[in-house]
Design a protein. Structure first.
Length: 356
């Protein structure tokens, strides 16, 4: 995927999905869908299908990466577009996030850049444009933003946004304004209604709340995939192996959103020369390890069941499957060890049930 922060190096023309898309949950995926070539092929005539209906959670999940039944024909979809030029499915987002720009506070993210790029790539997005959000951009009117940036510089042929998208100075532009500004240029605007699941609006904050409450299964349903943590395995204190439970310490980006501190049933995977093993079952502790003296730093550590190998330096993807218990301070390492054994048993049970 081509990633650029400069309009002069962006690939054009484009099919644009506009937004921040933190988490890339089922609602976000609906916004990105209309710009994907495989979706263009499926749609046939596109002009009369600008408002996407609210599909069920299952239907949405079925369209998640890895679940796509058809691969689509990129070239024929590209050829059928207006003008015949090959347009690049592009996610256009602001960097830093406008809230971060105005508040000066770093945002904690469900999908930090490393994960977002992987997810977008898996969906079929070909370009990520990170528009530098500065005072000048913040001052643009809705008309200036659409005409100068989206149409002139990015040569957008199609624009997809969520229903609540706001843009331009003081967030004054609505999706209806976007339609009105784009229409004279013959640009399709797809306005995607807010998606709901289990009687709740699918949102990044709903997913955060679930993760804070240990409700991993629900968070995963809203995401349409398991919530995952991705990072490099680094050295720890080498205490794990003496307890009989070696744990790979996964260093996640500092802005990664962490769920409630505690123990989780997980599946972990990594890439290696032969394509990598299938996701392996295990158990993860996320927290400060209060039992271990002087350990205040938050860590994410994974013990893989029935497995022994050197994992240092590998990039692990740890998928949360279920919550086992909150983190605790134990009176002795022996007590901790006994509890870890019980955690492994619980986690195996959770993973077995999830497989059914
Ligand atoms: C399943 C599991 C549960 C754990 N639960 C706790 C806990 O409740 N409290 C705690 O202080 N540490 C907990 N730990 C962390 C251990 O203290 C940690 O694995 C040990 O300190 C090894 O650290 P090392 O990787 O630096 O060698 C847990 C670890 C595992 C694998
Ligand atoms: N089953 C396993 N699960 C996780 N890591 C394992 C396993 N078997 C071997 N390892 C290796 O052992 C390391 C963890 O051992 P540990 O004593 O906890 O050391 P550290 O404190 O450096 O993490 C991992 O980083 C990995 O390289």
């Amino acid at each position: 995927m081509w990633i650029t922060s400069s309009l002069s190096t962006a690939l054009t023309p484009t099919l644009v999905a506009l937004g921040n898309f933190d988490g890339l949950h089922l609602g976000h995926r609906q916004v990105v869908q209309p710009i994907l070539h495989k979706d263009l092929a499926r749609q046939g005539s596109i002009r009369d299908k600008r408002i996407i209906q609210n599909p069920s959670c299952q239907e949405l999940a079925a369209r998640s990466p890895g679940n796509e039944g058809e691969s689509g024909d990129r070239e024929s979809a590209g050829g059928s577009r207006e003008g015949g030029d090959r347009a690049y499915p592009s996610v256009v987002t602001f960097n830093p996030h406008p809230q971060e720009f105005f508040s000066g506070q770093r945002r904690i993210l469900l999908t930090p850049p490393n994960e977002k790029v992987k997810q977008l790539e898996a969906m079929g997005v070909e370009q990520l444009v990170l528009l530098p959000f500065d005072r000048e951009l913040a001052q643009m009117t809705p008309e200036e933003f659409v005409e100068e940036i989206l149409i002139e510089r990015l040569q957008a042929k199609r624009i997809a946004v969520g229903e609540d998208f706001r843009f331009g100075r003081h967030r004054s532009g609505t999706v209806r304004d976007l339609e009105a500004i784009a229409a004279p240029h013959g640009i399709d605007v797809f306005i995607v209604p807010l998606q709901t699941a289990e009687n709740e609006r699918i949102s990044s904050s709903a997913i955060r709340t679930c993760l804070q409450n240990g409700n991993v299964q629900r968070a995963n349903r809203l995401l349409g995939r398991p919530y995952s943590l991705v990072g490099t395995v680094v050295h720890g204190r080498q205490l794990g192996r003496t307890l009989g439970f070696p744990t790979a310490n996964v260093q996640v980006p500092p802005q990664k959103f962490l769920p409630q501190y505690g123990v989780y049933a997980v599946r972990a995977s990594w890439e290696c020369d032969n394509g990598g093993p299938l996701p392996l079952p295990g158990v993860t502790n996320i927290g400060c390890r209060p039992t271990v003296e002087g350990n205040l730093e938050v860590s994410v550590e994974v013990h893989l069941f029935d497995y022994c190998a050197d994992l240092y330096g590998k990039t692990l993807t740890v998928e949360l499957v279920g919550f086992v218990r909150p983190e605790q301070k134990f009176g002795s390492l022996d007590a901790l060890k006994a509890q870890i054994q019980a955690d492994c048993d619980s986690a195996r049970q959770i993973l077995e049930n999830a497989d059914r």
